[in-house]
Every structure is written in structure tokens, then in C-alpha cells.
Design a binder for this molecule. Structure first.
Ligand code: AMP
Length: 361
């Protein structure tokens, strides 16, 4: 089976690394000449709206998937005429727009921060009067890694905020005084079978994910699975879906979903029986899903801007290096380490060892 992937970054690369042993082949459509997935499959170097090359991709592959959600809707609609596309155009339409996704959470009875649709500064002023400060203004689409958003703490932060985010459609959210951030990696197969990985506790720095630690027996696991099950069913979703939550007052508030394999699930490559990448491929290929059980105590640390020297990382016990082969650049995710240890105490020690390498000059 040959799988077409829209986007040829590290997520595409890790999909191919997981799918190759299953006998799958890959083609990536990505305009970047240095797309890092090209080492693992065919690279169709073209714009996401280039119909000739989209048609070429559709002709060559058995099905198409995505490694990012902001693919133009027309691209998905065009491809869907010729080849099965998973997740569906409708799933992408909802998940890439914060207004649609929060409205869906509300409809499904899933708690969210208070929110309002913002189309103008007047809308924003009125929403701030209703929701209060602090609040977070976010662009409805195209935001990632903390980009396209602004925390409003004082009335003067509000005055120009709509223009400062580019005068594009936005959403205002009440600021959640969360005690932690967790994510649930969920999978739904073409058969309707679902499975869920253990909840992951995530730590961000400057809006970018830094550390993910897989939990074992988290008290909110069942609640998170219930919420995710509602979304998967509503969208008749196929593939991996990442669900991000705020932990607050002993419960969960939904932040956002990502209709794809997710950075907070990278630990599953060595830390779970079957990784999120393999399970995404199993789901879209119509295969049975693999076990999501944790293997030992596991965590993931992102390498942002640079990867520490290979000889130093590989000298550490229980640590698995994933180097994406991308040029180093400040703020860019260029690799990660998965840690898989016998117990939680050892995991804490190993996290400190990797952090020491990250922080060393
Ligand atoms: P997002 O792009 O929506 O995942 O937001 C990036 C990060 O900003 C989150 O991981 C939180 O740390 C923070 N954040 C986003 N929305 C809120 C909110 N409504 N209240 C408090 N913090 C937030």
C-alpha cells in the first residue's frame, strides 16, 4: 500500500519510519526543497494548491493523510474526488478553526473555557465586558506553538488587540487558572474501533512543548476518554486525534484538538506497545489497532533550536534519540528524545540528565 502525506516534515518522516515495516510506501507533497521526510519516501515538491501535482499524488497512492491541519479546504476537497482521504474533510474543517471546535465541544457537553467569536474590535470590547480579564485572544485558524495569540491582562492590552493579531477572525477565551495541561492521544479505526493512550502531562516554554510525561492510572483518564469518544463519534473520525485539556478544579476543560499525530505522543515510539504513528497508519489503512499500553515509565523531551551532540545523548541509558535531519534554527523543533525507564524515580533522573545536555552550551 502506498500512502500520500500532505506535508513532509518530521511528522511525515516518523509516519514513514513506522509504516515501512508494515510494507507501506510513502509519497510526501511539500513545497519545501529540504522537507525532512524526503529521506523516507518520494517527494513531490509542489504547492498545496497545485492541482496538477495533487492529481499526480492521488494517481500514485491508495489513500491520503495529513501531517498538519491548516491544509486549504479546496486541497482536501480536490483530493477527495480521486482517492480516500483520512481524516475527512469535515474533521479538518472543524479541527483547524478554534470557533468551530469549541462550538462542537459545547454541543457535545464537553467543558471549555468561556469563549466568543471576534470579528472586530467592537466585538472584542463587548466580549471582554462579558468574559472579563485576564483572557486570551487567538486567531481562529493557523495558530501553533503559541503563535497567533495574545494574553490580555489589563484594559490597555485590549485597545488594539484585534489589529495586533492582524484583524483576522479570532476567538476570545477566558483565562483558565489551570493546575496542569494534559493531552490524550486517541485513535479511531475505519471499523469504528477506538483506543486511547495514557494521559500525558505537558510542560510548555514560550508556547512550545518542552516535556511530555506519560501518566499511569491518571484519575482523569476515564473522563478524558469519554470526552474524546464523543468527538471521535461525532466526526466519524479515522486516524489519530490529539485532545489537549486544561486540568482545573479536579476536572478537565477542553483546549483544542489536532487531527493528526501529535508532538505530545512522540514518547509512544519507544514508550508504548504500538506507537501513535503506527496506529494512525493502521487506522487509515483499515487494519486492526495495536495496543496502546505503556511500556515502563516514559517521557519525551523536545530538542528546540539544536540537538545536543549525538555521542552525548547516545551515552545515556534509557534514552532514545530522534534527530529529524532539519537545519538548526532558534525556536524550531529539530529532534526529541524518548525516555523509557523501569520506574518513575529512574525516569526523573533521566529527564534531569537530558535537560542538562539541552542546557549545556
Ligand atoms: P494553544 O495554542 O491554544 O494550545 O495555546 C498555547 C498555550 O497557551 C497553552 O498550552 C496554554 O499554556 C496557554 N493557553 C491557551 N489558552 C489558554 C487559556 N484559555 N487560559 C490559560 N492559558 C491558555
Amino acid at each position: 500500500m502506498k500512502i500520500g502525506v500532505i506535508g513532509g516534515g518530521q511528522l511525515g518522516r516518523m509516519l514513514a519510519l513506522a509504516g515501512t515495516p508494515l510494507g507501506q510506501q510513502f509519497a510526501f507533497l511539500d513545497p519545501a526543497p529540504d522537507a525532512c521526510a524526503q529521506a523516507l519516501g518520494e517527494h513531490i515538491r509542489a504547492d498545496y494548491s497545485d492541482r496538477d501535482h495533487l492529481r499526480q499524488l492521488a494517481d500514485e497512492v491508495d489513500l491520503v493523510t495529513f501531517e498538519f491541519e491548516s491544509v486549504p479546504a479546496e486541497t482536501v476537497a480536490f483530493l477527495s474526488q480521486f482517492v480516500p482521504v483520512y481524516p475527512s474533510a469535515e474533521s479538518l474543517r472543524i479541527a483547524r478553526d478554534r470557533w468551530f471546535e469549541k462550538s462542537m465541544f459545547q454541543e457535545l457537553g464537553i467543558p471549555t473555557p468561556e469563549f466568543a467569536d471576534i470579528q472586530s474590535q467592537e466585538n472584542l470590547d463587548a466580549a471582554v465586558r462579558r468574559i472579563g480579564l485576564p483572557a486570551v485572544l487567538k486567531t481562529r485558524t493557523l495558530g501553533y506553538d503559541g503563535k497567533g495569540q495574545k494574553v490580555l491582562r489589563h484594559p490597555e492590552d485590549v485597545q488594539n488587540a484585534f489589529a495586533e493579531l492582524g484583524s483576522v477572525p479570532c476567538i476570545l477565551e477566558g483565562f483558565v487558572p489551570f493546575s496542569g495541561e494534559v493531552s490524550l492521544i486517541a485513535v479511531r479505526a475505519r471499523s469504528g474501533q477506538t483506543c486511547f493512550y495514557p494521559l500525558v502531562h505537558n510542560t510548555h516554554e514560550n508556547g512550545i512543548l518542552r516535556l511530555s510525561v506519560a501518566s499511569s492510572g491518571h484519575p482523569l483518564q476515564a473522563l478524558a476518554e469519554d470526552y474524546a469518544e464523543r468527538v471521535l463519534g461525532k466526526l466519524e473520525y479515522v486516524g489519530v486525534l490529539a485532545f489537549e485539556f486544561f486540568e482545573v478544579d479536579g476536572g478537565l476543560k477542553a483546549n483544542e484538538i489536532a487531527p493528526r499525530v501529535h508532538n505530545s505522543g512522540h514518547w509512544t515510539i519507544e514508550g508504548a506497545e504500538c506507537s501513535q504513528f503506527e496506529n494512525h497508519l493502521r487506522a487509515i489503512a483499515g487494519l486492526p489497532l495495536g495496543s496502546t499500553a505503556l511500556v515502563g515509565a516514559s517521557a519525551m523531551l523536545n530538542f528546540i533550536g539544536r540537538v545536543p551532540p549525538t555521542e552525548k545523548i547516545t551515552a545515556l541509558t534509557d534514552v532514545h534519540l530522534h534527530h529529524y535531519g532539519k537545519a538548526f534554527k532558534a525556536g524550531r523543533k529539530v529532534g526529541h528524545a524518548t525516555l523509557r525507564c523501569a520506574d518513575a524515580a529512574t525516569l526523573r533522573t533521566r529527564i534531569a540528565e537530558v535537560e542538562a545536555l539541552i542546557n549545556a552550551e
